[in-house]
Design a protein around this ligand. Structure first.
Ligand code: SAM
Ligand code: SF4
Length: 468
């Protein structure tokens, strides 16, 4: 397979004739993958539709991380089978494709469980979508869950500027995929494979296109994004901090850089220093700790203790005192005692998080934790989750309330819910809306927070002058 040339990129097919509906589950990396799949399919003449009933092709971009997430896919497929039959009765053909981590993990089993599925495609094969669709025309179900030798990023179609503009002024860019950490509860190392960093030049080409089309904020994504170690054109290996610094140096229009998800063990000194030295690095860091109990952390194979995490937080906050943190927590890991759970609550109290995600432990097939004795009952998990949620929510509310009366900068992203309003994000990822003109969308402006709601803040603009 030859990588597409610039001429190929500019050639569009005769105009969209078919419609595709893409539904993404799970993490931001899946959201990013969904846009890349849509771009590939656009070259094949598929226009995106928000109405599943109108779609000639339906893509479910799935998540395998918890049992609930996987099972949702099969219940959705049951509904789609009926839709496919109804469309057939009115003379319309419908193809159903399953992509993402359930596709990777379950492969042909998906078609065995739900024969309405035409195509199963794993995350490393999205560039092959057109060829797979053509093979699916012959019927029988097509499965591609290979880890191909070629790099899909060299073959994925690049979006036209108008498609980038339609997606807004913030964009995701996956820079790293896969994971070598093998936490005992997690399927990612099996579904996404070993850790791979994209080369610097390939990322810069993508960023160039985004910046030229008006993108102002880039979120660098990876299953372990701070483990990034990509090859630069001179053959040297760059860290995430070096990559971020290069992006904002080459593209001064990129006003903000975020990155997610980070592992505590990969918070290197240069990345911490970049939080001090790089004003474009937003002072908000998602740094999952999972548990506050050292025994549970060891059982999880996290390879850090609660004290290691606290020391790390102290170093990061020293470098950037206004940095706010968020985390993922798992409650009810096999064998977790009440005292061990309380150690998690204690750690949350010590750190104080701006927001967090929390999950009941879900046994995943093939992972070491799933075969541990002492799987906890659903009641215990539900009860612990509620207590943890209460604490995390109260910290989130206090963090938001502390914004009242403060001046801050917001990158405006879209019109607000009410006429005359626009909405954007604070540096700490809080949704903020103000009365203001839509001409400010894409600009960073100063404002004062005048109201704090449960899910968003309201501000008033301080100056008509905006920073670019
Ligand atoms: N790489 C990131 C890290 O190490 O923190 C997280 C990636 S994972 C896609 C997102 C989150 O899902 C994890 O941080 C964990 O809290 C949660 N998760 C993963 N496996 C889980 C399981 N079996 N049960 C419950 N939650 C799980
Ligand atoms: Fe999963 Fe652990 Fe890797 Fe995160 S670091 S993706 S939780 S195995």
């Amino acid at each position: 397979m030859q990588p597409p040339t610039d001429r190929d990129q500019d050639q569009t097919s005769a105009g969209p004739t078919k419609k595709v509906f893409v539904k993404s589950y799970g993490c931001q990396m899946n959201v990013y993958d969904a846009t890349r799949m849509s771009d590939v399919l656009a070259k094949e003449g598929y226009a995106e539709t928000a109405s599943v009933e109108d779609a000639d092709l339906i893509v479910l971009n799935t998540c395998h991380i918890r049992e609930h997430a996987s099972e949702k896919v099969f219940s959705e497929l049951g509904k789609l089978r009926i839709l496919k039959q109804e469309r057939k009765a009115s003379g319309k053909d419908t193809k159903i494709a399953v992509a993402g981590c359930v596709a990777q993990a379950e492969g042909a089993e998906i078609i065995r469980r739900q024969s309405a599925v035409d195509l199963v495609v794993g995350p490393q094969s999205y560039h092959r979508f057109p060829e797979l669709l053509r093979r699916a025309d012959n019927g029988g179900g097509v499965v591609d869950t290979d880890f191909p030798v070629e790099d899909k990023f060299d073959f994925l179609a690049e979006p036209a500027p108008e498609r980038i503009r339609a997606r807004g002024v913030t964009a995701f860019v996956t820079v790293q995929e896969g994971c070598d950490k093998f936490c005992t509860f997690c399927v990612v190392p099996y579904t996404r494979g070993a850790e791979v960093s994209r080369p610097v030049a390939q990322i810069m080409k993508e960023v160039e296109r985004l910046a030229a089309s008006g993108v102002r904020e880039i979120s660098l994504l990876g299953q372990n994004v701070n483990a990034y170690h990509g090859e630069a054109p001179d053959g040297s290996i760059w860290s995430l901090a070096k990559l971020a610094e290069h992006i904002v140096t080459v593209h001064p229009n990129i006003a903000r850089i975020r990155y997610t998800t980070s592992h505590p063990r990969d918070m290197s000194d240069d990345l911490i220093a970049a939080h001090r030295d790089l004003p474009q690095f937003m002072p908000f860091l998602h740094l999952p700790v999972q548990s506050g109990s050292d025994r549970i952390l060891a059982e999880m194979n996290r390879k850090h203790t609660a004290a290691d995490y606290l020391r790390l937080v102290e170093r990061i906050r020293k470098a950037r005192p206004d940095l706010a943190l968020s985390s993922d927590f798992i409650v009810g890991f096999p064998g977790e005692t009440e005292a061990e759970f309380r150690e998690t609550l204690k750690l949350i109290e010590e750190v104080t998080f701006a927001s967090s995600f929390f999950f009941k432990y879900s046994a995943r097939p093939g992972t070491p934790a799933s075969v541990l004795d002492e799987q906890l009952s659903e009641e215990v998990k539900v009860e612990r989750l509620a207590r943890l949620q209460e604490l995390v929510d109260s910290q989130r509310h206090s963090f938001n309330r502390a914004m009242l009366g403060r001046e801050t900068e917001v990158l405006f992203e879209k019109p607000g819910r009410h006429p005359g309003q626009i909405g954007g994000k604070s540096p700490w990822l809080q949704a903020v809306h103000v009365d203001g003109p839509t001409s400010l969308i894409g600009e960073v402006a100063k404002l004062r927070i005048i109201e704090v709601g449960s899910n968003s803040l309201r501000g008033e603009l301080l100056e008509s002058e905006v920073s670019r």
